[in-house]
Design a protein around this ligand. Sequence first.
Ligand code: MF3
Ligand code: CO
Length: 256
Amino acid sequence: MSWDRVINIKTPAEIQLMREAGRINHEALQAARAAIQPGVTTADLNAIAEEVLRKHGAFSPFLNYPGPTPYPASICTSVNEELVHGIPGKRKLVEGDIITMDCGTVFKGFVADSAITVGVGEISGAAQMLIEVTEGALQAGITKMVPGLHVGDVSAAIQDYVESRGYYVTRVYTGHGVGKQMHEGPQVPNYGQAGAGLELKAGMTIALEPMVLIGTPDTRVLRDGWTVISVDRSLTAHYEHSVAITEEGPLILTIS
Ligand code: MF3
Ligand code: CO
């Protein structure tokens, strides 16, 4: 059975454990964010996030994640035209770059997964707008994460937010349920029809992750087997939160 078929409903106690994982994940991302400046390498950012996880007795579900080759790091660092799954290494950030850091945490048996896109020093107005639209799209999707609405309502909210501003969402990479595994059902695309798809229920926990492109929605994977870039090499951005659907509304897990 493929990962997207299994939907595990969490108890309030399990959601509290996921909240703890989410807090640690937020701390790791913020520590890495604070280190961003020209000259820093993406491997440095990975080491900083990893140290925060280690300090809490947590670890990243990304490390050794199965793929064409096991994923070799604890976070993904995707610079400029790199949309997702960039591998940390010797690359030095330069003023004007934008970098997405995607981090996962396993703590007390539960996973948190979150991503942010950040500018390095002064960035162009176009880059700033792209980042704001992507973060706004995530918030627009989260607003629809209430019991009784459907996956399509979340997907359509993201798509409408992005496309009405003249940008594109990827058709290839999606949000996903998250829990004891990093990837569970349901799959939550960044495009769709309002009212369509699975009905959302309290206790579902979903990593929502709009990935936004400027020129075209098309992507390709580099020869490292992981790094996904825009085909036209224009800038891209990605935001992600792990969110619990509760009777009281959406509860963002990956914040302080
Ligand atoms: N946030 C990404 C995801 O949900 C991170 C996966 S990177 C990997 O798929 F290396 F672990 F695959
Ligand atoms: Co994810």
